[in-house]
Design a protein around this ligand. Structure first.
Ligand code: SF4
Length: 398
């Protein structure tokens, strides 16, 4: 496979037919007229970028062209194929994009038909990611999803038959009262459908969502940490045995060629540019993000300005902490020799005792300059990086 180490492009499509009660993304139930306005403004946003594809007065643009284009949301499969086509045309005409850039499309199962799948393939989409979430009707009803288990199965069959290089599926676990047997049944249904990639996310109840309000009123009780942790371990062991080994806390692939080329950029601090409401971008030490609400995103575009809401310049300490946190969520772990600013060797020496403790407690292993989480370590990945002391690093932005 060619080298996909260049920057990635993310396009946020903020529409859904129905808002799920656990969702905290920037989404709305927009009709065709809203979608047309969105498209018009997205094309303006693309037009306002410089020839390098990055904002003027932003960071030094990366030299390589974009090699992934990811349509996420929201529900990108709700957009008319002509709309997706116009976005791709504008991106290719205006931004440096490799001719063999890998195209990703997130789709809801109910949008996948023989006709739509064939059209998306013809447009060059190589990965389709289906928001299945569960194969159990009661779980789908609880999660407020609009499709049935039958439609979920059918969407998988159609996507596989359409010849996408990677057919990926999202599932959610850790629902209240879900037993390991229930979850394993869901996983087995997913495996029977033959996807190349699975993302299994633990249900998170965010404040200011319908689930968050139900929790506040005492009507929804989240699964306890021990039960969550048991399901996490079950997921990784079961999928490993079934031939879809994990490569990140929530991601599993039938082979390295099916791992998400786009999402791996987020985990390795590879530059990425995000377009559309709420989209985030990153390059070098610089992170910036667009206005979250669609109207706040459209308003500056209407005045000929990019809809950037805010930005931050990361200091060395923040950058290294992020590298550790992101790396320790992956099976590959963190190579200290590759840490930003050549800080790895010094950090390793300063944290020798802490690293020994992680190894002795069975949370990580050491191989050369790499610190790798074990399965038990992955279950508490976010605390691993925080157990290391980065106090000697300067925080000032560089
Ligand atoms: S389909 Fe996804 S993005 Fe849309 S409301 Fe549901 S969880 Fe949110």
């Amino acid at each position: 496979m060619s080298d996909f180490s260049g920057p990635g492009l993310y396009i946020h499509v903020p529409f859904c037919t129905h808002i799920c009660p656990y969702c905290d993304f920037s989404v709305l139930t927009g009709d065709r007229a809203w979608q047309a306005r969105y498209l018009q403004h997205l094309l303006m946003e693309i037009e306002l970028l410089t020839d390098s594809g990055w904002p003027d007065r932003g960071p030094e643009p990366p030299r390589q062209p974009f090699d992934t284009i990811y349509f996420g949301g929201g529900t990108p499969s709700m957009l008319q194929p002509e709309h997706l086509e116009s976005i791709l045309e504008a991106v290719r005409a205006r931004l440096p994009v490799r001719t063999d850039a890998w195209l990703f499309l997130e789709a809801n199962p109910e949008d996948v038909t023989l006709a739509t799948a064939a059209t998306w393939r013809q447009m060059g989409f190589r990965t389709i990611s289906l928001g299945v979430q569960s194969f159990a009707s009661d779980n789908l009803a609880f999660l407020g999803r609009q499709h049935s288990p039958r439609i979920a199965r059918r969407s998988l069959e159609v996507a596989i038959a359409a010849g996408f290089d990677t057919v990926a599926m999202d599932l959610i676990y850790g629902l209240p009262d879900q037993t390991p047997t229930d979850w394993q049944r869901d996983l087995d249904e997913a495996l029977a459908a033959g996807p190349h990639h699975l993302s299994c996310y633990q249900l998170t109840v965010h404040p200011r969502t319908p689930f968050g309000f139900r929790r506040q009123r005492g009507e929804l009780e989240e699964m306890g940490n021990d039960e969550q942790s048991d399901l996490f371990v079950l997921t990784h062991r079961h999928l490993q045995e079934a031939g879809l080994p994990g490569y990140e806390v929530s991601n599993f692939a039938a082979g390295p060629e099916h791992r998400s080329l786009h999402n791996q950029k987020y985990w390795s601090h590879t530059p990425y540019l995000g377009l559309g409401p709420s989209a985030h971008s990153f390059a070098g030490h610089h992170r910036w993000w667009n206005a979250r609400k669609i109207k706040a995103w459209m308003a500056p575009l209407g005045e000929g300005r990019l809809p950037i809401e805010s930005s931050e310049q990361l200091g060395l300490q923040s950058l290294v902490l992020e590298s550790l946190m992101l790396g320790l969520r992956t099976y590959a772990g963190v190579d200290f020799d590759a840490l930003p600013g050549g800080t790895g060797q010094g950090l390793w020496e300063e944290n020798e005792a802490a690293i020994d403790r992680l190894v002795e407690s069975g949370l990580a292993t050491v191989e050369g300059s790499c610190l790798r989480p074990t399965l038990r370590g992955l279950a508490v990945a976010d605390t691993l990086a925080r157990s290391l002391d980065l106090g000697s690093l300067r925080e000032e932005p560089r």
